[in-house]
Design a protein around this ligand. Structure first.
Ligand SMILES: Cc1ncc(COP(=O)(O)O)c(C=O)c1O
Length: 394
């Protein structure tokens, strides 16, 4: 076969969501889409806000300046980066300026650009399990090795386990709050302790351990839960985000990296991410989308819509006996798999036309993920199946 052995292996290992998606497509063909309860994909249900459409139309109507569609600095348009820096400065009080911002092809692009800039072959990247499944392949893309570190029962960082996992080869730690797949939000106390741990560990290993804070769900937080900025608790932080989830623009591939202004080598990081954006072949983030989102930084996400879905789903499932850490943000539930075997239980759910993803796909067997960014009626109609599925195992 012409495909590289490494890629074939990686495809096999990271295929859970794809596998479930394909099985879902087949089931929908057989039963009709409205009769299949598909909770596999984190594709936002809400349409982009009206402000997005207005801004897009205004830009298209007004844009006659020569060079509008030309190549640009690889880190993105200076005016756009100035606006994002001003927004982050107002949010955090940190002195962000345009040169700390690199516009990227979504958060995925931002993660790859960052890891490419940081990693030497064999460097270790820590991630707290369960984690977004692509982190492993992204680290490997750039010669790194992903080392999962288990979290507590509440899916918060386990500081002892984290400290024990750090070695001189540790280059970075990736965190993600609000979290995919658990919906957990890291509170201030946790981030304070995490920051202290990283300061001490960096001193011990003799180099900065970078905190890569993957924050695409920042604006989707429920019950007025505060989502503190990890950058406020540790200076060697790279904030990575996108507008895939908050503005429902995953197909437009727009996001950014914000380098902490007081980070070790902040300027070198800015120069390096400018370069890695280019050499990874992104060259720069999509020009039109950069200009659109520059003025939408204050735009809220549809928090009420997602909270309504959580409040439909979480209490019903817990009443049936599912054990779930109550999510405070994002749009996922990560229940324990009744019976303990996540793959077996996800297969069992198919009997009731319910599609979910086993926790194994997130580095955490024994659980399963439900992406509830679906119509309320899908949640409501699925409940009977969830009830029967757990009763079957009683
Ligand atoms: C935790 C997390 N990080 C990164 C991404 C990638 O986001 P984007 O589509 O902006 O590249 C996702 C997408 O689902 C995600 O859940």
């Amino acid at each position: 076969m012409g495909i590289s052995r490494k890629i074939s292996k990686a495809m096999e290992a990271s295929s859970w969501i794809r596998k479930m998606f394909e099985e879902g497509a087949q089931l929908k063909k057989e039963k009709g889409a409205e009769n299949v309860y598909d909770f596999t994909l984190g594709n936002p249900i809400t349409e982009p806000p009206k402000a997005f459409e207005d801004k897009l139309k205004a830009l298209l109507a007004a844009d006659t300046t020569p060079g509008t569609h030309a190549y640009m600095p690889n880190s993105g348009l200076v005016g756009v980066r100035e606006k994002i820096a001003a927004y982050l400065k107002a949010q955090t009080g940190l002195p962000y300026a345009f040169n700390h911002i690199t516009m990227t092809v979504g958060a995925a692009g931002g993660l790859n650009v960052t890891l490419k800039a940081l990693l030497d072959p064999g460097d270790e990247v820590l991630a707290l399990s369960p984690f977004f499944v692509e982190y492993g392949v992204y680290a490997d893309n750039h010669g790194g090795i992903l080392k999962p570190v288990p979290t507590t029962e509440a899916f918060l960082p386990d500081l002892e386990k984290l400290a024990a996992a750090i070695t001189p080869a540790t280059k970075a730690l990736i965190i993600n709050s609000p979290n995919n797949p658990t919906g957990v939000v890291y509170p201030k106390e946790v981030l304070t302790a995490l920051g202290d741990l990283l300061v001490k560990a960096s001193q011990k290993v003799g180099h900065a351990i970078y905190l890569i804070s993957d924050e695409p769900y920042r604006k989707i937080a429920f019950d007025k839960t505060e989502v503190p900025y990890p950058s406020l608790f540790y200076k060697d932080t790279l904030l990575i985000t996108s507008h895939s989830k908050d503005l429902s623009l995953p197909g437009e591939r727009i996001g950014y990296i914000a380098i902490h202004p007081e980070s070790t080598d902040a300027q070198a990081l800015a120069t390096a991410t400018n370069f890695t954006n280019r050499i990874l072949g992104y060259v720069n983030a999509p020009a039109l989308m950069q200009r659109v989102v520059a003025d939408l930084q204050e735009e809220p996400a549809d928090v009420a819509g997602y909270q309504e879905k959580r409040d439909l789903f979480y209490p019903a499932l817990t009443a049936f006996g599912y054990e779930i850490v109550k999510p405070k943000g994002a749009f996922y539930l990560f229940p324990k798999a009744p019976g303990g075997d996540d793959v077996a239980f996800v297969n069992h759910l198919k009997k009731y036309d319910i599609l979910a993803v086993p926790g194994t796909g997130f580095g955490t067997p024994g659980y399963f993920r439900l992406a509830y960014c679906v119509r309320n009626s899908i949640i409501e109609k699925s409940l009977d199946g969830f009830k029967k599925a757990i009763e079957d195992l009683a």
